[in-house]
Design a protein around this ligand. Structure first.
Ligand SMILES: N[C@@H](CCC(=O)N[C@@H](CS)C(=O)NCC(=O)O)C(=O)O
Length: 68
């Protein structure tokens, strides 16, 4: 599972903390802020924000939805 994140993001941090608590390994992708509103990233997350989880064919955004 890949999680797009930026270092100071509290929304990404809550997802990382949940994954760590559950023992789920995440590959953290350091998402450049300057590329968050560009088409390749907007194709993953139309809100242009982090975090975004990619797990195979599943793409999910909104930290609380990812935590669930
Ligand atoms: N409701 C969203 C909020 C996501 C959010 O606001 N992320 C911030 C970082 S903490 C962000 O990507 N900001 C960049 C921007 O708004 O352009 C969630 O819980 O995932």
């Amino acid at each position: 599972m890949k999680l797009s994140s930026v270092q100071p993001s509290n929304n990404a941090r809550r997802v990382r903390a949940t994954a760590e608590h559950l023992g789920i390994a995440l590959e953290i992708i350091d998402q450049p802020m300057a590329e968050m509103k560009t088409p390749p990233y907007l194709a993953l997350n139309p809100n242009g924000k982090v975090p975004t989880l990619v797990d195979g064919d599943l793409t999910l955004w909104e930290s609380r939805a990812i935590m669930q």
